[in-house]
Design a protein around this ligand. Structure first.
Ligand SMILES: [Zn+2]
Length: 418
């Protein structure tokens, strides 16, 4: 059903003219209330699409009454027995109502309405009452007042107020990659990047994450959360991680929670017989991981995803020392504005972020940011990589503290390369 069609795109109706005769409506009911009721009933037939349903309890009631009235009218007038006839009469009723939007008809469309027995004629698709209502709402209230298709079944009218920030929980989206570790796993590609309501301190800090949204509940209740203090790992001859990194285009984004580098496709790791592609990497200060209780100046998380959406994060601890060339290239491309990608015209090779010694710790954990999804394979490099004090200071000016507190290891198996 093409309810998006503009009014001027509608071809002339092929329905018999007598179906437009107002007298049919008089038969159906003499009062204006009944006209609206018929319109409402018609909307039930015409626009059962849930995306556009704007529903209230009383509107559902009105819809049922309207449907009953329309049926009664149809029964009383054999020429109008088909739903289409009622639809057409409703359209003329709506037209007769003049410039007033058929609010009652729009509100009367229940989400569980039965689909029409036959497709509606093009004439009545000119502009659906629901579309018109939605358009009017959009004009009056701005885009946030319009009906969000994802929230069908709710009537949301928000006042224009700068104090009410749009709530979105996606950190990081880019044309290059859909980095999930620092944000939502299921973010739509076209959604704007906005800062989420969670933070690293105060009322929206880590202790509150699990209560901020139902989908964040794992942050509070999860039993396999990250980061952890890595100690008493079982030393084994672990298969080495195969890094297939190469010089790549990249873009830097300040997500409001970290500095993140979205990396062009073409980088991957192989471990445990599985292949994971690099999505993005980002930084924390101080390090989220601890080794035998020791915390480092910073860390970098290289976030990978396999074909089934499972995640593997390579963590590299950063300690004070010599300057790190790749880090400098990234800092050189810091964007001036938050949530705006700054695409670089040079390339980086992520392999430069890794220590020369590739032995690692590994355990199963979670994202360290909401929604704290579990089932994440962690590969924590044992050898830290040096970065200069100046490089640390640059990050500190943006994010002096963006590390989640240590979570309980809770008896989880930790392995480490001998
Ligand atoms: Zn991270």
């Amino acid at each position: 059903m093409s309810s998006d069609k503009p009014a001027d795109a509608a071809p002339p109706t092929e329905a018999p003219k007598q179906r437009f005769a107002p007298k049919l409506l008089i038969v159906a009911g003499a009062s204006a209330t009944l006209l609206l009721a018929v319109a409402g009933g018609a909307a039930v037939w015409l626009w059962p699409k849930q995306d556009h349903a704007v529903e209230t309890k009383s509107a559902r009631l009105a819809a049922r009454r309207a449907a009953a009235a329309a049926s009664a009218a149809a029964a009383a007038q054999p020429a109008m027995a088909a739903p289409v006839a009622a639809v057409v009469s409703a359209a003329s009723a709506a037209g007769a109502a003049g410039s007033e939007p058929p609010v009652a008809a729009a509100l009367a469309a229940p989400a569980d309405a039965a689909p029409p027995e036959q497709p509606p004629t093009p004439a009545v698709v000119a502009e659906a009452p629901l579309d018109r209502l939605q358009r009017r709402l959009g004009e009056v209230l701005g885009p946030r007042g319009a009906v969000d298709p994802a929230r069908a079944g709710e009537l949301r009218v928000l006042a224009r107020s700068s104090s009410v920030a749009p709530v979105r929980h996606t950190d990081t989206l880019s044309p290059i990659s859909r980095p999930p570790e620092a944000g939502s796993l299921a973010a739509p590609a076209a959604a704007p990047v906005r800062r989420g309501p969670w933070s690293y301190s105060g009322f929206t800090g880590p202790q509150a994450w699990g209560k901020l949204k139902p989908e964040y509940s794992l942050c509070a209740k999860g039993q396999r959360q990250s980061p952890i203090d890595i100690r008493e790992g079982i030393g084994l001859d672990l298969e080495s991680v195969r890094f297939e990194y190469q010089p790549s285009s990249f873009a830097v984004i300040d997500t409001g929670h970290t500095v993140q580098v979205n990396v062009a496709p073409g980088n991957a790791i192989e471990v445990n017989g599985r292949r994971w592609t690099l999505q993005q990497f980002h930084f924390h200060r101080p390090s989220e991981e601890r080794i035998d209780g020791r915390q480092f100046e910073m860390d970098v998380h290289l976030v990978h995803r396999d074909a089934e959406g499972r995640m593997a994060v390579v963590a590299v601890l950063l300690e004070r020392g010599a300057a790190q060339p790749l880090l400098q290239t990234v800092w050189n491309h810091l964007p001036l504005e938050k949530n705006e990608e700054n695409a670089a015209r040079v390339q980086i090779d992520p392999i430069q972020l890794l220590p020369t010694d590739r032995r690692y710790y590994t355990y199963m954990g979670s994202l360290t940011t909401p929604p704290c999804s579990e089932g994440v394979l962690w590969l924590v490099m044992q050898q830290p990589v040096p970065v200069s004090a100046q490089q640390i200071d640059i990050f500190s000016r943006l994010y002096p503290m963006n590390a989640r507190p240590i979570q309980q290891a809770a008896g989880r198996m930790i392995k480490q390369s001998n």
